[in-house]
Design a protein around this ligand. Structure first.
Ligand code: VLZ
Length: 141
């Protein structure tokens, strides 16, 4: 029985998020706004089909994928990079036990993220090059 990520989650703590944005080449002013925001993750899960919506008052980022199926990712509003099927640049999410693990093979080395649930919190580890950002979300209402 895979983990259940579905629901609304609100950001509680964020460690090294600015360093993560910096390694993605996001400019100073945008970083300062981004780190001040409250973020809500809205996750819908139907078997191995997922939708992740990261919502804020400034920008949103939406991602839909099926576990095990390579997909194009355009990181619109983040660093605006293309990670496309059929090129060496592609995104793929797999299960590693109860962790949802994404590799974003693209221009940036060692890029990806992991999601898991621990003590009723939603964890997100965002990695790029040598930077590891950890965000913890708690259930909203
Ligand atoms: O998350 O890849 O949950 O795609 C931050 C938006 C979104 C706020 C960070 C404004 C999303 C940013 C990180 C302005 C530069 C991410 C995945 C895992 C889902």
């Amino acid at each position: 029985m895979p983990a259940d990520f579905s629901g609304k989650w609100i950001l509680e703590t964020s460690d090294k998020f600015e360093e993560y944005l910096k390694v993605l080449n996001i400019d100073f002013a945008t970083r300062k706004i981004a780190i001040s925001l409250s973020q809500t993750k809205v996750v819908t899960q139907d078997g191995d089909k997922f939708e992740f919506k990261t919502l804020s008052t400034f920008r949103n980022y939406e991602l839909a994928f099926t576990v095990g199926v390579e997909f194009d990712e355009y990181t619109k509003g983040l660093d605006n990079r293309n990670i496309k099927v059929g090129t060496p640049h592609v995104s793929l999410v797999t299960w590693e036990g109860d962790k949802l693990v994404c590799t974003q093979k693209g221009e940036k080395a060692n890029r990806g993220w992991k999601h898991w649930i621990e003590d009723e919190k939603l964890y997100l580890e965002l990695t790029c090059e040598d930077i590891v950002c950890i965000q913890v979300f708690k259930r909203k209402e």
